[in-house]
Each structure stands twice: as C-alpha cells, then as structure tokens.
Write a protein that binds this ligand. Structure first.
Ligand code: C5P
Length: 317
C-alpha cells in the first residue's frame, strides 16, 4: 500500500561581512544604533526540514567548525525561529530539522542569523503557511539584528540596530579571503568593550556615504580605502593576535584587511579570484611548521536565504 509522501526542503543562507560598520552610543534598550553596509558572501549554512510528528534538530559541521560550539537542540536560534513562526500562525512547531554548518560559530559572520533565516524560509514551506515577506522580516528582526539581512542577501544598508535593511545596487563581484579563528569572540562582549573604549561615542553612527560611493565606482582600490569597522578597535584590544594577521595579509598583497563584524574572522579584499587564491595560499604558508589557519576564498554579493532542494519523498517510515 502506498504511504503518504514526505516533503523535504533545503534552504541555504549566506554568511555576511560588514563593509561599513558605524556604531553609535548605546540606546536606552542597551542596543547600539548602527549604520552598516552588509554584503552576503559565498559561504553557506544549509537547513533541511522534513515532516515529523514532533520537533527535532540535528547538526552536522564542516571539519573546521567545532561541533560543541554549536548551541544544542533547545538552545539553538533555529528552535526560537520555529517557535516564533509557529506562534505567528497558531501552530505547534513540528518537523525534523538538520543544519549543516560551514559558517563559523561566533566568528562575526552571522552564522546563527543565517540558520534562523534559512529555518524561517524552510519551515514556511514545510508548514505551507505562505508568510508574507513583511511578516517574515518582522519575525526575523525579533530573532536578531542580522537575521533580516540573511533573508535579503546581496548588498544592503542596515540601520536601526541593523534590522532595518534596504538593498544597495551592487553589480560587481568582490573577492574576499577569510581567515577563520579557532576561538570565537562573543558579540555582546565586543559591544561592551566598545562602550568602555569609547564612552563618548556620538549617538549617531558614522555614515556610509564614502563606502557607498566606492561600491558604485566598482573599483576595488576605492572600496579598500573606504572599508570601515567601529568594532575593529575593541575586537583587536580583546584579541591582539588579530592585528598581526591583518598586517600580514596586507603585506602579502591584499588591498585591505578588516575584522569582520565583531570578529575574530579577518577578511581581506582582493582584486580578483586569482589574487584572492594567491593571498590565501600565502596566509596558509605563513604558518610554517605550526598548524595552518583555516583560510577560505569567497565572493560577494550572493543571494539571501534560498531554496536549493524541494521534493516529495515516498515515506518508508
Ligand atoms: O541582535 P542580536 O541578538 O544579534 O545581538 C546580540 C547582542 O549583540 C545583543 O544582545 C547586544 O549585546 C549586542 N548588539 C548591540 N547592538 C546591536 C546589535 C547587537 O549592542 N546593534
């Protein structure tokens, strides 16, 4: 006898870097006002969901991601995403979810936000609830400041605490080398350290006009000159080892090295794919006999959370 088919959906969501991150003095709610330019880059987490009678979450990690660094079932942002989306539709969260992580945890590249965005899109399909974009973006903003951008992707201006996102036209392909760090940095710690280092920070963050003009010029050297991150100083103060890494990438020919978001991932802007692969090779070789760092090459902008698999499987359970 044939049994009902089971829906399987996989949604892929990208890592982000901040080309410009202007941070203002904390608001009354403790969050910091931002003017940021996000770019989604080609490093992804995948979230697969399928029908199930209860709620379950499994995790697979790339070889350079520590399994125990990923928040467990119950504490994961995917659990919160499911609970919020289900509540929005008056449902019980049900489904078997699996996340495959290639974006480092606590790396400053919004890996958790990518997972939340991917889960929202995947569960919206699984539950066939057709959530309007506006509602999905509002739920995303509740989950975290970077989650709306993970839905949107591309290159975008972020304001508010980062959750208000407006697409920026960006037809270029920008090449980045990413140097991952085996030990993460906590985003709240970096913001707290920003407050200690800059007690007189103005309420209005630094504008992104120069960076936006450089993006429009499509000139990598102009972009390199305008990359800006107000969280770089506190991240370097907490992790002095990163300073040397930034300088090393630039000495090896990168147009510019920058801490990604709250760090500790360092990103290096390059002129082309070949240039990026050469810089990446030099960063790996620099380790000598020591364990080589994890170095990746990615380009951007790329799409936000998007369906990569959507099928009905015969249910053999
Ligand atoms: O919004 P999200 O959950 O990603 O923020 C994590 C933490 O980072 C916040 O609890 C806060 O400590 C800090 N943060 C901030 N200002 C922002 C974004 C994040 O202070 N604009």
């Amino acid at each position: 006898m044939s049994r009902p088919s089971s829906l399987v959906t996989t949604v892929r969501a990208p890592a982000k870097i901040n080309l410009h991150l202007g941070v203002g003095a904390p608001r009354e709610d403790g969050m910091h006002p931002l003017v940021t330019v996000y770019q989604a880059i080609g490093l992804y987490d995948d979230v697969t969901v399928r029908d199930a009678g209860s709620w379950g979450l499994g995790v697979t990690v790339a070889d350079y991601v520590a399994h125990d660094s990923v928040p467990q079932h119950g504490d994961n942002i995917i659990d919160r995403a499911a609970a919020l989306l289900a509540a929005h539709h008056g449902l019980e969260p049900r489904g078997e979810v699996h996340v495959t992580k290639s974006i480092p945890v606590a790396g400053g590249m919004a890996g958790g936000s990518a997972d939340a965005a991917a889960a929202l899109v995947a569960l919206d399909r699984l539950w066939a609830v057709n959530t309007p974009d506006e509602d999905l973006l509002a739920i995303a903003a509740e989950l975290g400041s970077d989650v709306p951008f993970a839905l949107l992707g591309g290159t975008a201006l972020g304001t508010g605490r980062g959750e208000i996102v407006d697409p920026v036209a960006d037809d270029n392909t920008w090449w980045w080398v990413l140097r991952l760090s085996p030990v993460g940095l906590s985003t709240p710690d970096v913001y707290r350290h920003f407050d200690r280092m800059f007690p007189d920070a103005p309420p209005t963050p630094a504008p992104a006009d120069a960076l936006l003009a450089a993006l429009a010029s499509q000139d990598p050297e102009a972009l390199a000159a305008t990359l800006h991150n107000d969280l770089q100083a506190p991240a370097l103060d907490l992790r002095p080892d990163l300073e040397k890494q930034l300088a090393f990438g630039e000495a090896e020919g990168a147009l510019r090295g920058l801490v990604s978001g709250s760090g500790p991932t360092c990103v290096y802007l390059c002129e082309s794919g070949d240039h990026a692969r050469a810089v990446a090779g030099a960063l790996v070789a620099s380790a000598g006999d020591a364990a080589p760092p994890v170095v990746l090459v990615a380009n951007g902008p790329v799409a936000g959370a998007h369906v990569v698999e959507y099928s009905h499987l015969e249910d053999h359970r």
